[in-house]
Structures are given as structure tokens and as C-alpha cells.
Design a protein around this ligand. Structure first.
Ligand code: ADP
Length: 189
């Protein structure tokens, strides 16, 4: 099984690359951001709760996020592996993921972190906001808060997996194909 964490700040291109990697390696792509947007779109209790945080650019609490992720993993018992996009985003989520995988005799194979500098992220997200319909992409203050939250709460996840020798940084600037090739090279290394 190949279980990959695609990591990086908001706007670093995780969603685009995760979709391509899932297709190439026949993995199940799970984006917690997409799962939340689906729930919000259907006005479910989970969606309404998540919206309180997402609209400000804050993280949805671990107590909500971890259960949602575990449910989704459980729906694919026969997969060849998972590519997680947007999870884990806290140390508590990382510890929970390791436990969930261990129960299934699975483990993280690698964490691939897309590296893009902050001003480029702001530019990309504002550009995406023009067409994505995402409220969290159209306000520069919310975008800056998401980048700050990434630095404060999410960046430590890189070190958490680095201690297990699983983290790799990939240059996230270039064409979609160039970045995809860099990721594939790492996965196959
Ligand atoms: P981006 O990577 O561009 O910020 P996502 O679609 O991954 O976008 O996430 C959108 C929002 O959903 C985040 O800003 C956060 O509020 C929430 N979210 C997504 N994944 C998680 C997670 N693992 N833990 C907590 N909140 C999350």
C-alpha cells in the first residue's frame, strides 16, 4: 500500500497534484477541505459547525475533523492506498492518523511538502477566489490568517514525520507537470 500525505500551505497546489497522483498510482484522494465544503453545501450539522471556523480561516477543531477523516477512510477497505490532502494539519491529527492506520495494519509512507513562499500564496489564492466561489479565498485578511495558522499549527506536522524520516520538501513553483514529475520522482525513490 502507498499512503501519502500531500502537505503544504494553502494555495501551494495540493489539490491539483493530489488529483493527478491519485489517478497515476490508483489511490483514494481524500481532501478534508472538500469534505467540509460538501457538508457546508448541504447545510448539515457538521457543515454548519465547520463554517464557523472556515469562514474565519481558522482550523476546524480536531474533535470534528478526525472523526470525519476516519469515517471516510473506513469507506474504502480495499483501496491500494490513500493520498491525504489537507490532513493532518495539527500534531493531534498526526497522532490520531498514525493510530487509525496502525489499527488497519497501515502506515504513512511519506509526507511530501510543497514549498511556496507566502507572497506567491496570497497572489494565487486571490486569483483562485475570482472563480472558486470560496469566501475564504476572496478576503486577503482571511488568507493571511490561514497562512499564519499554517505556520503556527500545521508546520510542526512536517517535523513530526521528519523524526520518522518520512518528510520531503518539494519545490512547489513551476508548471503543474514539472511539480508533478518532482513528486513522482520522490514517491518512486
Ligand atoms: P487550503 O489548503 O487552500 O487552505 P482546504 O480546502 O484544504 O484549503 O481547507 C479549507 C479550510 O477547511 C481550512 O482553512 C480549514 O478551515 C478547514 N480544514 C481543512 N482541513 C482541515 C483539517 N485537517 N483540520 C482542520 N481544519 C481543516
Amino acid at each position: 500500500m502507498i499512503n501519502i500525505i500531500l502537505f503544504g500551505p494553502p494555495g501551494s497546489g495540493k489539490g491539483t497534484q493530489a488529483t493527478k497522483l491519485a489517478e497515476k498510482y490508483e489511490l483514494i484522494h481524500i481532501s478534508t477541505g472538500d469534505l467540509f465544503r460538501y457538508e457546508m453545501g448541504n447545510d448539515t450539522p457538521l457543515g454548519l459547525k465547520a463554517k464557523e471556523y472556515i469562514s474565519k480561516g481558522d482550523l476546524v477543531p480536531d474533535s470534528i475533523t478526525i472523526g470525519m477523516l476516519e469515517n471516510k477512510l473506513n469507506k474504502h477497505p480495499d483501496s491500494k492506498g490513500f493520498i491525504l490532502d489537507g490532513f493532518p494539519r495539527t500534531i493531534a491529527q498526526s497522532e490520531a492518523l498514525d493510530e487509525i492506520y496502525a489499527k488497519k495494519n497501515m502506515a504513512v509512507k511519506c509526507l511530501l511538502a510543497l514549498n511556496v513562499e507566502d507572497e506567491e500564496l496570497v497572489k494565487r489564492l486571490l486569483e483562485r477566489g475570482k472563480t472558486s466561489g470560496r469566501a475564504d479565498d476572496s478576503d486577503v485578511n482571511i488568507i493571511r490568517n490561514r497562512i499564519k495558522v499554517y505556520g503556527d499549527e500545521t508546520a510542526p506536522v512536517y517535523n513530526y514525520y521528519d523524526k520518522q524520516n518520512l518528510s520531503k520538501t518539494i519545490n512547489g513553483v513551476g508548471t503543474i507537470e514539472e511539480i508533478f514529475d518532482r513528486l513522482c520522482t520522490q514517491i518512486e525513490a
